[in-house]
Design a protein. Structure first.
Lengths: 275, 355
């Protein structure tokens, strides 16, 4: 099954096929094969909840923060069953010996993430059970299995309403919001930690680190700003000499009054790379 | 709901046929194009490009000359072409038809070199640069600013800080009070560690997409597709659907520092409402917005709840404030048939009444 939070969504036909597959599974769960007989809805609550919970676990394995990570957000990409040990093993170089503490920290974060995952799974279970109970209560004991596509759609809409209501009831709670934030914070901390490891590695190979590149970029940006200020300051004088009037940019600067405060320029000045 | 003695096999066969037909039409529509009005880039700064839409031949030249230019400031988190998706779903097209001179800011994709671009830079340098360019091109007369969603927040800030540049302000699905009780997005991000967001680097668009979809996962990732089985499967309808899908999943990455600031200052600290926001060393007070202001919001908006937008009324200093609530959702506000009938017309008539 495609994860609707990832690539399938950008290919509507794949997302549609996945949703249609789920729809058919649901119709089967509604007791479609039992020809002519009204399904025993109350006995369907447990399998419905089970099926629903499975979907929740697959589609939102780690909450929205991480479900879409994939290759785009490396820190969130590897799933949460086991850390990719190769990425976190000690480096085969001298300085690596000093990194044991960092590796320990990474393992702690993975452990924390696994704990949070378990708590999230409990939420999915609660939502699935509540949704199934709501559905059984609303569908009415007299209702039978749908016989036409329109009836099937009606039943499906009822199921989605129940699922969405059960979901909303849980995810609006303070506890859930805290859990979501903890998951996101832990995943982000893990990503930062991974990058720190990567920086250690590139430094060992004599390559520029992210921090060093950032510092250089900050310097370039600052120089560009200073150059623009100097160019603007020089233009009115030149324009006056040639009696042609200022250009659009200089005019805009004059309208704006003084040049941008120096503080903002200072703020982007290169930072010292972290040791 | 039941038909005694019905054959479930026949039902499955019917549905399977519908699935196959819909799938084939979706595949046919795969290469559908988005964006319909001709435009040209006229200014840029960093990754940001200011576009000017070419006037329509049928629009009145006299009216175009008489009207102020309109600058559309869209959100950083989505692509602005939703406002010009296709000829019959285009706010831009309606504005052009009314003879307005329309500019649009495309923030484009920040890369890792832009990870430290902050909100001050986006507002003062990028948005401000666009405004100054337009002023210089139109005889220094103040312009009309149309801010959409997060772009509405940036527009409110700019209008409060640079009153002399903005004649009239229109906000569309713009959050102002980020702490209304029904704001699920706000609840979820309230306890995020924004220092970690900054340290993590730019945030991929996919992450934000997943977050938005997770607000109503069954409707947004399942039901809307299954409804294709019951709805209109004419090629045109399917193409419209695919265009929307393209837009929804085509989200740009977010500069780390700007996103972290947006989360902290607005979602966590609600600075716009509390009057505690400072940009470029200046306090931003919504009460300083005295220009005529039209605020449009959606009544079924799950991303920007109506109360979050409607709060603007009590905050701005404008004596000429109007709002307009439309019975649709957040995205529906840009493309739904009901909104297409209501929103562009309201904006155009509001602007022309204040010429």
């Amino acid at each position: 099954m495609e994860n609707p939070f990832t690539s399938a969504g950008s290919r509507p036909e794949a997302a549609f096929a996945s949703a249609a597959e789920r729809f058919f599974e649901l119709l089967k769960a509604f007791g479609m094969p039992a020809t002519g007989q009204p399904p025993n809805w109350s006995s369907l609550a447990a399998p419905l909840a089970g099926q629903f919970e499975q979907w929740l676990r697959m589609s939102q394995a780690a909450g929205p923060w991480l479900a879409a990570g994939g290759a785009a957000w490396p820190g969130a990409s590897a799933g949460f069953t086991a850390p990719p040990s190769a990425s976190f093993g000690p480096l085969p170089l001298g300085p690596a010996a000093a990194q044991a503490g960092e590796v320990q920290r990474t393992w702690e974060l993975w452990g924390r993430l696994a704990q949070l995952q378990t708590r999230l799974a409990a939420c999915w279970s609660e939502i699935a059970n509540t949704a199934a109970q709501r559905f059984v209560a609303r569908v009415g004991s007299a209702a039978g299995a749908p016989a036409t596509p329109e009836q099937a759609m009606k039943l499906y809409e009822l199921w989605v309403n129940c699922a969405e209501e059960a979901y909303a009831a849980t995810v609006h709670e303070e506890d859930f919001a805290r859990l979501q934030a903890e998951l996101a914070n832990t995943a982000a901390a893990l990503l930062v930690e991974q990058r720190r490891h990567a920086e250690t590695l590139v430094r060992a190979f004599g390559l520029p680190t992210r921090n060093e590149v950032d510092a250089l970029y900050g310097q370039v940006k600052d120089l560009r700003r200073q150059l623009a200020e100097l160019t603007d300051a020089a233009r009115p004088a030149r324009a006056g000499e040639s009696r042609t009037g200022g250009d659009e940019r200089a005019a805009a600067r004059r309208r704006e009054g003084p040049a941008p405060r120096r503080g903002s320029a200072r703020r982007t000045r290169a930072r010292r790379p972290r040791a | 709901m039941t038909a005694p003695g019905a054959d479930p096999g026949a039902l499955f066969a019917q549905l399977t046929l519908r699935v196959a037909e819909t799938l084939a039409r979706l595949r046919q529509a795969r290469d559908v194009t988005v964006g319909c009005s001709a435009k040209r880039p006229v200014w840029n700064c960093g990754k940001t490009t200011l576009h000017h839409y070419l006037p329509l031949a049928e629009a009145s030249v006299a009216r175009r000359r008489a009207s102020r230019p309109v600058l559309i400031c869209f959100a950083l988190v989505n692509r602005p072409y939703i406002l010009d998706l296709q000829p019959d779903r285009s706010l831009v097209r309606r504005l052009l038809e009314a003879g307005l001179s329309v500019y649009l800011i495309d923030w484009n994709d920040p890369d890792e070199a832009d990870r430290r671009v902050d909100l001050e830079e986006y507002i003062e340098t990028h948005l401000g640069g666009c405004v100054r360019h337009i002023l210089a091109s139109h005889g220094d007369e103040p312009l009309d600013l149309l801010g959409v969603c997060q772009g509405g927040v940036l527009s409110l800030i700019y209008s409060a800080l640079h009153r002399e540049h903005i004649a009239r302000l229109v906000t569309l699905t713009t959050p102002v009070d980020f702490h209304t009780p029904d704001n699920l997005l706000s609840k979820w991000v309230r306890q995020l560690d924004t220092r970690l967001i900054e340290a993590s680097g730019n945030i991929p668009g996919e992450v934000l997409n997943a977050l938005f979809l997770a607000l109503m996962p069954f409707r947004l990732t399942q039901q809307k597709y299954v409804r294709l089985l019951a709805g209109n499967t004419e090629p045109q309808a399917i193409e419209d659907f695919v265009r929307m899908e393209k837009w929804i999943f085509d989200s740009p990455p977010q500069a780390a520092v700007a996103l972290a600031q947006f989360v902290r200052w607005f979602y966590q600290e609600n600075r716009l409402m509390r009057g505690t926001l400072e940009i470029a060393g200046r306090r931003v007070r919504l009460a300083d917005i005295r220009q005529p202001l039209l605020n449009l919001y959606a009544l079924e908006d799950h991303i920007v709840p109506p109360a979050a937008s409607a709060a603007l009324r009590e905050q701005v200093g404008s004596r000429d404030y109007s709002d307009c609530a439309v019975a649709t959702g957040h995205i529906g506000m840009y493309v739904s048939r009901s909104a297409q009938a209501a929103v562009p017309g309201r904006i155009i008539s509001w602007l022309s009444e204040r010429r």
